[in-house]
Design a protein around this ligand. Structure first.
Ligand code: AMP
Length: 253
């Protein structure tokens, strides 16, 4: 695996299908599922590791984001990644950087409303990564269903020459969707967080709300939305940690 820490050194081999898996590091089995899916369809598999400050609203969420480059590098290598691209913040957003992608439409509700600027940061960094790596295929997790919908809209609206592939949400044995933020849950908070997958399993907004409230988990939202098909989506705070999760509703592809 080639490790590239600078845009100036990035030289993606152009043979066959170039596949891209963008991540913010703190890699877990959910990311590994993306790598496995991407490995199977790519001749050259590029993973990016970049904690994109532009998509964080709360500075303490950014500061608390787990970072362990050596561990991530080992996981990416074991997953068969060919090239790991991990640029510095100042190279991606140098002084004078002033051009942003402002997604509307599917980016406006739920996470877009709860985290102003979040999808502008996501869309901008993904467009930059698509331009830098020039993949034919790029993989994203269904765990962030609205993000998938926003990126498919970005590709459509800006005529990008990349196809978005989606990998189902990977969960722990207890049902909690894997997330880098789970590391910040205490034992007790993790038990309470299990109300989220239980709520989603009902497939019903009112029942889901009742389950969350009974568990003392106050949701930011519980909504049915069309994210690449009808989806029941939840965001909730457990202690200091804000978690999101969703399930495709019956009949969805
Ligand atoms: P992140 O590093 O959190 O930005 O995530 C990088 C990619 O991994 C995104 O496309 C996420 O949707 C995806 N991802 C994160 N957690 C999971 C999970 N539990 N199952 C499937 N995909 C995931």
């Amino acid at each position: 695996m080639i490790v590239v820490r600078s845009i100036t050194e990035l030289d993606v081999p152009r043979r066959g299908v170039v596949g891209l898996v963008p991540t913010m590091g703190a890699l877990h089995v959910g990311h590994e599922a993306l790598f496995a899916a991407a490995r199977a369809e790519s001749d050259v598999l590029v993973a990016t590791l970049f904690v994109n400050a532009a998509q964080f609203g709360e500075t303490n969420d950014l500061a608390a984001y787990p970072r362990d480059f050596e561990r991530d590098e080992a996981i990416a290598r074991a997953a068969g990644v060919d090239l790991l691209f991990a640029p510095e913040h100042d190279e991606m957003y140098p002084p004078g950087f002033a051009t942003w992608v402002e997604p509307g439409g599917v980016a406006l509700g739920l996470e877009g409303a709860a985290r102003p600027g979040h999808f502008r940061g996501v869309a901008t960094v993904c467009l930059k990564l698509f331009n830098l790596v020039r993949p034919q295929l790029a993989w994203f997790g269904r765990k962030d269903a609205q993000q998938v919908a926003v990126l498919k809209q970005l590709v459509r609206d800006l005529n990008l020459d990349v196809e978005i592939r989606v990998v189902p949400t990977v969960r722990g044995e207890d049902g909690l969707a894997l997330s880098s933020r789970n590391e910040r849950l205490s034992h007790d908070e993790r038990s309470r967080a299990l109300a989220i997958p239980r709520a989603l399993a009902t497939g019903d907004r009112e029942q889901a709300l009742a389950i969350l409230r009974a568990a003392g988990v106050e949701p930011d939202y519980v909504e049915v939305a069309d994210f690449d098909g009808p989806t029941l989506a939840v965001a909730a705070r457990v202690g200091d940690v804000r978690l999101i999760d969703n399930v495709p509703l019956r009949g969805a592809s």
